[in-house]
Design a protein around this ligand. Structure first.
Ligand code: ADP
Ligand code: MG
Length: 464
């Protein structure tokens, strides 16, 4: 896969800084191809699957090409729905964080006109809206498009499916002819092609297609996350399956850092690897993972590329990748050399579309499973413990402990009570991961009673 660095695309420092803060490491293929073409002033038609990063592919050059000195609408982005308009507006907002004087506003039905009119009056240069509401503002005279030099149709297929064709034509009619025309879509249909033919001049087409890869034979499943935090779901899965070595993939450096910190705080043996770290730091982490000194490696795709480590039992997709090929690369980190492996993906909200496109691409149906309940995790632990004691009893190699038991019996404790007390003491130790928390705190000379609190905190958090 051809992956470019954002720094290769001819972007200014303020944009690169904002992109870095978003945590994006490399440009997604559609971004690598489309951004330089848009920056150069071409009309651009971009086609790639859902979840492949199309928003930033037009939002980055849109912010780059906005003149902060001119307080008039310069870029118009049309989206099919209010939700998408808000999402795109958020991305534009984050991308313009360091470019002073650039303002953007989402314009959609259902929100009060007043707020939108105020933002427009103040001179928002980038307007992101649904076609209907944009037309309303045009007819009220609260929006003028006379200074627009770039128009973007986002999710064009959806906009046409929703019957926005006439509205789009009308909006385009109110924009000066010498503007850049950008159109993004997951699919290309005859009506879209016609729209493009009519409104663009020598458009350059960027189409990202996928190589067909062999999908490794790994047991795959996905878990729909509702209400609960992804980290809670992740740790329950880890507690239930108890893998010894696993890689957890996230999409951004930022998420990697946050999750690694959170896991360590929860007492898991984890570390991180991402492109923001020096080569030396990365190598150190890799060698600790390789020698099983840490159990979980939290990683971005870039950093984990080419990692070949035996015995990785499980790959978690904390975030689904935006590129289906990356999914295949990720899950290929487990089940190596004919060993069995698992791939578990956490899916939240809109990510379900990504999952579907991964299924289409890999031609494999990924079954849905339930996030295990706390009771189930606890039950699993109890069963393991029960088996351990039963095996010990069957082996019968514990006679050397007789004196201590005899002493307790002599003091009048019943055999059952003694056994229960022993089980109780042992089970405290049967939570090795929580133990790490205790140890670490002790190292710091922190004498707070940590053991019961960790458990309390866990059960409270999940009930709320
Ligand atoms: P599309 O419009 O193609 O369906 P989006 O633009 O909504 O896709 O992007 C999908 C997800 O990928 C978003 O969560 C976005 O933050 C993330 N993303 C986009 N570009 C990158 C990148 N270069 N690196 C990492 N994540 C990215
Ligand atoms: Mg999109």
């Amino acid at each position: 896969m051809s992956q470019k660095l954002f720094s290769e695309l001819g972007l200014s420092e303020v944009l690169l800084k904002a992109i870095d803060r978003l945590g994006y490491e490399n440009a997604a293929p559609i971004q690598g191809e489309a951004i330089p073409l848009i920056l150069a002033g071409n009309d651009v038609i971009g086609q790639s699957q859902t979840g492949s990063g199309k928003t930033a592919a037009f939002a980055i050059p849109a912010v780059e090409k906005t003149d902060p000195q001119i307080r008039k609408t310069q870029v118009l982005i049309l989206c099919p729905t209010r939700e998408l308009a808000v999402q795109v507006a958020e991305e534009v907002y984050k991308l313009s964080a360091f470019k002073r004087g650039v303002h953007s506003v989402p314009i959609y039905g259902g929100q009060s006109y007043d707020r939108q009119i105020r933002a427009l009056k103040q001179g928002a240069q980038i307007v992101i809206g649904t076609p209907g509401r944009i037309l309303d503002h045009l007819s009220r005279g609260t929006l003028t498009l006379a200074n627009v030099h770039m128009v973007v149709l986002d999710e064009s297929d959806e906009m046409l499916d929703m019957g926005f064709r006439d509205d789009i034509e009308e909006v385009l009619g109110s924009i000066p002819k010498e503007r850049q025309f950008i159109c993004f879509s997951a699919t290309m249909s005859a009506p879209i092609m016609e729209l493009i033919r009519k409104h663009s001049i020598h458009p350059r087409t960027v189409k990202i297609e996928h190589k067909i890869l062999t999908v490794p034979t790994v047991e795959q499943a996905y878990y729909e996350i509702r209400g609960r935090s992804k980290t809670e779901a992740l740790t329950r899965l880890i507690d239930l399956y108890d893998p010894k070595l696993g890689i957890i993939f996230c999409n951004t450096k930022r998420t990697v850092d946050e999750l690694a910190d959170e896991m360590i705080a929860r007492g898991y043996s984890a570390d991180r690897i991402h492109g923001g770290m020096s080569q030396a730091q990365r190598e150190k982490v890799m060698s600790r993972f390789r020698s099983s000194a840490i159990e979980f490696l939290v990683a971005t795709d870039v950093a984990a590329r080419g990692i070949d480590i035996e015995n990785v039992e499980v790959v978690f997709n904390y975030d689904l990748p935006w590129d289906e090929e990356d999914y295949v690369h990720r899950i290929g980190r487990t089940g190596r050399a004919g060993r069995s492996g698992r791939a578990m993906s956490l899916v939240e909200g809109r990510e379900i579309y990504k999952l579907q496109s991964i299924e289409r691409y890999t031609r494999v149906k990924i079954p849905r499973q339930q996030v295990p309940s706390l009771e189930k995790v606890e039950e699993k632990r109890t069963n393991l413990f029960f088996e351990r004691i039963r095996t010990a009893l069957q082996h019968g190699k514990f006679q050397s402990e007789t004196p201590i038991v005899d002493r307790l019996l002599a003091q009048g404790f019943s055999a059952t009570d003694i056994a229960c007390a022993l089980v109780h003491e042992l089970r405290k130790e049967d939570t090795p991961r929580r133990d790490t928390v205790v140890k670490r705190r002790e190292d710091r000379g922190d004498s707070r009673p940590t053991q019961p609190r960790t458990r309390d905190r866990r059960s409270k958090r999940t009930r709320s």
